[in-house]
Design a protein around this ligand. Structure first.
Ligand code: TEU
Ligand code: CA
Length: 562
């Protein structure tokens, strides 16, 4: 099936974790007015869409992913007027707004849940997942209650929480303060669709759908062999029916973009969510890299990219990212933030923007911001890390060892305040921020980057700019031309007679790339350099050679001239 052009396929999305972006009212927390204040900067990157993490009313147990009022803006983010101004100001700059909606669960403080838990026969009881516990023999004392199944949650040893009043358990796939909604209930679903229309009618152009793979639950819950293999929370029967209904009821009535956060999606199951014939989502995030590749593994990355490109070709559109608010900063995790921070930040950027799919930029990535190592567990905020720390130390493990083990992948690594300049608190706020600024803000900040024509920031602007005038980046097919080299990655993109070759040396040594297995049509090869991440690289015409030498973390895009 020919891939039809569409505006959303040509998107470059900039993710704003607003609470760490810019504080304008001196409470140490970023806010929507801070996003508005920085829209000129965001526009200067050349991005087409701004994804705002959740800002709805919330007790903030999981930084906004525990919604207590879908129709309100949480005061620390600002007001509804602020949001409406943010939409208008973003549109005025020719960019679109993507909202982050959390519909798998609410806060335990949402009125719906308060009603649901108030009594077993409350009309909203079935809007959540309630089950009786199991009776467990305890010998001398008779029996005791235990959770309905041995399932874990993402943030706790059990996904079941006992409600003393009713004696039943409610399900929470994340924190106990995040009870799962019962999507099998049609009344609940219609309520969610009404809420989505409310925000789309305010001019929202895109939805990032949180934890979407968890919406469907099994009719009968049964114990699992290995509770730590948490996949059982996802991809249960009925999921696609819900998404097709959501599309019929909401999406198809708007000129919009949808991206689903689909945990455990694979090249076999992923296309079912974005196949343009199925009427579900426009695109998806899979986590075969971010969740399942703890550190850089070139061969594994190549395999994942090849399998997804083949699975989606002609069927649907993917997305490319290496970090977000849940995953530590890419230059630290998948690049080299010591000797080659700038070169490797640019290499990773070129890779994400030239592989097939919509590229996402997480705030600060464009200046090469790095992960952080706070001194004590008290410096950390992330509920996932804090719960895990308590769970592991509770097993008798050495607290210092547990702390060190949790630091590299803590979600707080990517939630440190945006580094604007060298002033106190990095220009993020004029008071002590809600979470400590990364001490390296004095070297890594926007103000310094703006003065350096060879900065990561300048490179991102060039890279994003290329997309507007080179459809091959968006619609080109994909061929891996580097085989199983563990350091060198090369691939070709071809569209409408234009062929690009991307060559990457993901290592700290100079290496030679041989193009022997590509462009076999002719024994001379004419390549023109489109973009390189080393300043001193002339526009090269490689004649009669089939080898190109690449310096440490060097990345180049060539156009094949013949
Ligand atoms: O994350 C969902 C989540 O944690 C997993 O489904 C996913 O596979 C992956 O592990 C994420 O890295 C979303 C939000 O992004 C996260 O911030 C929230 O804490 C969570 O849902 C609960 O709303
Ligand atoms: Ca503020």
């Amino acid at each position: 099936m020919e891939v039809k052009p569409a505006w959303w396929k040509e998107s470059v999305v900039y993710q704003v974790y607003w609470r760490s972006f810019c504080d304008t009212n001196g409470d140490g927390i970023g806010d929507l007015q801070g996003v508005i204040a920085k829209l000129d900067y965001i526009q200067s990157l050349g991005v087409t869409m701004v994804w705002i993490n959740p800002f709805n009313e919330s007790p903030d147990k999981d930084n906004g992913y525990d919604v207590s009022d879908y129709y309100a803006v949480m005061p620390k983010a600002g007001t509804m007027e602020d949001f409406e101004r943010l939409v208008a100001q973003t549109h005025a700059r020719g960019m679109k707004v993507m909202m982050d909606v959390v519909v798998n669960h609410t806060s335990d403080r949402h009125p719906w849940f308060i009603e649901s838990r108030s009594s077993v026969d409350n009309p909203k009881r079935d809007w959540y997942i309630w089950r009786d516990g199991k009776e467990k023999e305890t010998g001398e004392k008779g029996t005791a209650k235990e959770p309905p199944t041995n399932w874990r949650s993402y943030f706790n040893p059990s996904c079941w929480e006992l409600d003393e009043a009713s004696g039943q358990y409610y399900m929470h796939s994340f924190a106990t303060e995040q009870p799962d909604l019962n999507w099998a209930n049609p009344e609940l679903r219609m309520e969610i669709y009404t809420m989505l229309r409310f925000w789309l009618d305010k001019g929202v152009d895109g939805l990032r759908l949180d934890a979407l793979a968890l919406l469907a639950k099994p009719e009968i819950f049964t114990d699992v062999e290995e509770p730590r293999e948490i996949k059982y929370l996802t991809h249960n029967p009925g999921l696609h029916d819900f998404l097709q209904e959501m599309n019929r009821e909401v999406f198809r009535h708007y000129d919009m973009m949808t991206v689903g956060e689909i945990a455990f999606a694979t090249p076999e199951t992923g296309p079912l969510f974005v196949d343009e014939e199925r009427g579900e989502l426009n695109t998806l995030f899979h986590f075969e890299v971010a969740d399942e590749m703890p550190e850089w593994d070139m061969l594994r990355f190549k395999k994942i990219q090849k399998e997804w490109a083949e699975a989606l070709a002609g069927r649907g559109f993917g997305s490319q990212f290496l970090n977000n608010h849940d995953h530590t900063r890419q230059v630290s995790r998948y690049g080299n933030d010591q000797d080659y921070r700038v070169q490797s930040a640019k290499l990773l950027a070129m890779m994400i923007h030239t592989l097939p799919g919509i590229p996402y930029i997480y705030q600060g990535e464009e200046i090469g911001m790095t992960g952080v190592r706070y001194e004590t567990i008290g410096d950390y905020n992330d509920i996932a890390m804090l719960n895990k720390y308590v769970e592991e130390v509770g097993k008798g493990k050495d607290p210092a060892a547990v702390f060190r083990a949790l630091q590299p992948l803590s979600r707080d690594n990517s939630r440190t305040p945006m580094q604007w300049d060298t002033s106190l608190h990095a220009g993020f706020s004029n008071v002590k921020p809600w979470i400590k600024v990364n001490p390296n803000y004095v070297e890594i900040n926007v103000e310094q980057a703006e003065k350096d024509s060879h900065s990561v920031l300048a490179f991102y602007r060039e890279l994003i700019g290329l997309r507007k005038s080179n459809p091959v980046m968006v619609y080109g097919d994909f061929t891996d031309i580097s085989g199983d080299d563990p350091y060198l990655y090369g691939y070709a993109r071809e569209h409408d007679g234009t062929e690009w070759i991307v060559l990457l040396n993901h290592s700290g040594e100079t290496r030679t790339f041989t193009l022997s297995n590509h462009c076999l049509g002719s024994d001379t090869l004419q390549l023109a350099l489109v973009l390189g991440n080393y300043a001193e690289t002339d526009p090269e015409w490689v004649m009669e050679e089939r080898t190109i030498e690449l310096r440490p973390y060097e990345a180049r895009i060539y156009e094949v001239l013949g």
